[in-house]
Ligand binder design. Sequence first.
Ligand SMILES: C[S@@+](CC[C@H](N)C(=O)[O-])C[C@H]1O[C@@H](n2cnc3c(N)ncnc32)[C@H](O)[C@@H]1O
Length: 264
Amino acid sequence: MNRDLMYGAEVKALVRDAYRHVPPTTAAVAHKIYSESELAAVPRAAVDRALGVANHLRFADIQPGETILDIGCGGGIDSVLAAQRTGPSGRVVALDFLPEMLDRTTSAAHQAGLSNIEPLEGEMESIPLPDDTVDLVISNGVINLSARKARVMAECARVLRPGGRLCVSDLTVEQDDLPPEILTQPAAWAGCIAGALAEDDFVKRLEKSGFNGVGVLSREPLSIDDCALYPLFSPDVIHLMRNLIPADRHAHVAVAVVVRADLA
Ligand SMILES: C[S@@+](CC[C@H](N)C(=O)[O-])C[C@H]1O[C@@H](n2cnc3c(N)ncnc32)[C@H](O)[C@@H]1O
C-alpha cells in the first residue's frame, strides 16, 4: 500500500467514526440553509440531523421523473427534498457508507410518505451503480471529506447518463487560509474544512473528469461561529481556531459553494 492509500484509509476511518456518533443537534444548520417552507416539508428528525453546507437544490432544476443520486445522504434532508421534486415517477438513490445514516434516511422517507428513496450502502470513491444510470448527482458537504476527490468526480461522471448533470454544495478554502495546527486536527477534516479544495482546483478537477460548463452559482462565507454549529468541531478545536486565526478572518474561514456542471 503506498502512502497515499494509507493516508486515504486513515481519513476514511476518522470520518466514519466522527459521523457514526454525530448527535441530532443541528436544526440550527438546517434553519440557516433552507427556507421555512422547505423545512415544513421535511420530518423533524431529518432537520435535527442536517449536516450540509449550502442549498444546491435551489439550483439543481430537478424535473419530475428524474433519477437522482444523493452522495453522502446523512440524515436524509436533501434526499427527501429531492424525492418530493422528482415525484413518484422519479427516484432518489441515497448513498452513504454508514448503515446508521441509511436507516435515518429510510425512516425520514417513511415519515414524509415517500416511497421513491432507495438507500444504497457504499463509498463515493467506488459508487455501486452501473454506468450511465443517473440524471443528476447531488451532494452536500461530502466530496470535501474524501482524500481521493478526483476519483469521486470520475465516479460521478461514470454513473451519469450522457447529458446528465451534477449540482453539489461543498466547502472551499484558499491556500494558507488555515494554519497547520488546525489543518492537522482530525475534527477539522471531519468538519469538512481540512480536506477542502480551493475553488479553482475544484472546478479544474471537475473539468478533468469530463464535465463542462462548470459554474460556481453561489458563494457564502463560513465563520468560526458557523463551524461551532456542527458537533464535528469540538469546543477545543473551535477555541484553537479563535486563537490561531487572525480576528479579521473569523467571519470567513472557508466558503460554502454551490457548483453545477454538465457531463460532456
Ligand atoms: C457532512 S455529512 C452530510 C450529510 C447530508 N448530505 C446533509 O446535508 O445533511 C457527510 C455524510 O457523508 C457520508 N460519507 C462520508 N464519507 C463517505 C464516503 N467515502 N462514501 C460515502 N459516504 C460518505 C457520512 O457518513 C455522512 O453521512
